[in-house]
Design a protein around this ligand. Structure first.
Ligand SMILES: [Zn+2]
Ligand SMILES: [Zn+2]
Length: 362
C-alpha cells in the first residue's frame, strides 16, 4: 500500500492535503487510478459526517463511482474538503518526513549557479562544498480575501527553515520521492522559529496568492470604478441642478447663500464618499496554516566567494536534492528570496530592488 504515490489531476495539492489529513487521523488509504479508497476510523467518519468506507476523487469527470462506496470529490468548496480544512484548522496535522538519498550531486554547481542566478557587478567563485542536513517546511494554508465579497481557497508553499529562503517546486517533487511519513505530536520548533514561520507566511503569502486573486481583484476594481463613476454622475447632476436653481428669479439672499454654501461643500462630500467606497472594495487578506509537513534532508552547502572589484564576501548557497536546484538566496536588506543579487557599498547581499532603492542594513 502506498498512499503517497503521485496522483494525476489538476487538484493534486488538494487531494494530497486531504490524504495527509486523513492519514494523520488514522485512515487507511489505497489509491486506485484517480480514485483513492479510504477506510476511516469511526470517530473520524463521525466528525466528517461521512461513511466509514469512502472514495475520494479530484472530480467526477472520467470517474465512475464504485458500487460499494460513496464517492466524494475534493475540490475547492466541496463540502468534504471544507470539513477537512476546518477540522485541520482546529488541530493542524503536522507530519514529519526524513529523506535520504543514495546519490547526491557533488559537482557541476558552478553551471547550476550561473544558470539560475544573475549577479550585478560581482562574480561568484566556489571555494568548497560539504554535505549537511537542513530543514524545510511545506505548508498548506487557507487564505481568506475579504472585500465587498469574499474568496477563500488553499495555498501550498515551502521554504527552508534554516535559511528562510523559499524552496519553489518542493511540493511538486515530494510525491516522486521514496519516503516514510511519521505523524509527529508537537512540532519540534523553537518559539523563535515558529515566529519566523509566521513572518515568512506574511512575507511570501500575498505574492503566492496573487495569481488566485486576479479575477477577484479585477471584479472588485470593476465595481469600485462603476460605483465611483455613478457617484461622480450623481454629484455633478446635483451641482448642476443647484446652480440652475440659483438663476431663478425671486430667491431670497438667505436661500442663495445657503445654496452656494451647499455647492461649495460638494467636492468634500464627494471625496468622503469615495473614501468610503475605497474602504468597501479594498481587499483584506488573511492566511492561516492548516497543515504542515516538516522535511529533514541532506543537502549540499556550496561555499561561494563573491568578488566585487577589490572586495570579497563569503556566502553559501544550498543545493536542494529534492528540487535538484540551488535554493534562492535571501536578501540581507529586505528578507525576500532572490535569484538576481548584488552587493551594496557595505557588502551586504541585496536583491535588485534593494540595490536600486537602498539597503536597509546601511
Ligand atoms: Zn531586498
Ligand atoms: Zn548595505
Amino acid at each position: 500500500m502506498n498512499s503517497d504515490a503521485p496522483i494525476a489531476g489538476k487538484d493534486l495539492d488538494l487531494i494530497q492535503f486531504a490524504c495527509r489529513f486523513l492519514k494523520d487521523r488514522g485512515a487507511v488509504l489505497e489509491p486506485r487510478g484517480e480514485i483513492i479508497d479510504a477506510l476511516l476510523p469511526q470517530e473520524l467518519s463521525a466528525a466528517l459526517d461521512v461513511e466509514e468506507y469512502i472514495s475520494l476523487a479530484p472530480d467526477t469527470k472520467n470517474v465512475t463511482a464504485p458500487e460499494d462506496k460513496k464517492l466524494y470529490t475534493i475540490q475547492f468548496q466541496s463540502p468534504l474538503l471544507d470539513k477537512i480544512a476546518s477540522l485541520a484548522g482546529s488541530k493542524p496535522p503536522f507530519l514529519k518526513l526524513s529523506l535520504s538519498f543514495n546519490y547526491i550531486k557533488t559537482q557541476g554547481f558552478n553551471n547550476l549557479i550561473m544558470e539560475q542566478f544573475e549577479f550585478f557587478k560581482s562574480k561568484p567563485k566556489i571555494t568548497g562544498t560539504g554535505e549537511i542536513k537542513t530543514r524545510y517546511i511545506l505548508l498548506t494554508c487557507r487564505f481568506l480575501a475579504q472585500s465587498d465579497e469574499q474568496k477563500e481557497g488553499l495555498l501550498d508553499f515551502s521554504f527552508n527553515i534554516d535559511t528562510g529562503a523559499l524552496a519553489p517546486g518542493m511540493i511538486d517533487m515530494i510525491p516522486s520521492i521514496e519516503k516514510e511519513y511519521q505523524v509527529k505530536n508537537g512540532h519540534g520548533y523553537t518559539k523563535k522559529e515558529i515566529q519566523h514561520i509566521h513572518e515568512l507566511i506574511n512575507l511570501y503569502g500575498p505574492d503566492a496568492i496573487e495569481h488566485e486573486l486576479i479575477e477577484f481583484k479585477q471584479s472588485m476594481n470593476r465595481r469600485f470604478k462603476r460605483d465611483s463613476l455613478s457617484l461622480d454622475e450623481y454629484y455633478s447632476a446635483l451641482e448642476k441642478e443647484m446652480k440652475e436653481s440659483l438663476l431663478r428669479t425671486g430667491i431670497s439672499d438667505k436661500l442663495t447663500q445657503e445654496r452656494e454654501a451647499k455647492i461649495d461643500m460638494i467636492p468634500d462630500e464627494l471625496s468622503a464618499k469615495k473614501k468610503d467606497l475605497l474602504n468597501k472594495y479594498s481587499i483584506k487578506i488573511d492566511i492561516t496554516p492548516v497543515a504542515a509537513l516538516a522535511v529533514t534532508t541532506p543537502c549540499v552547502k556550496v561555499f561561494v566567494t563573491l568578488i566585487c572589484g577589490h572586495q570579497k564576501k563569503d556566502v553559501f548557497m544550498i543545493y536542494n536534492p529534492v528540487t535538484k536546484q540551488i535554493d534562492p538566496m535571501v536578501c540581507q536588506s529586505c528578507g525576500t528570496s532572490m535569484y538576481s543579487l548584488g552587493l551594496c557599498k557595505n557588502m551586504h547581499l541585496n536583491c535588485a530592488k534593494c540595490l536600486d532603492q537602498g539597503c536597509n542594513m546601511c
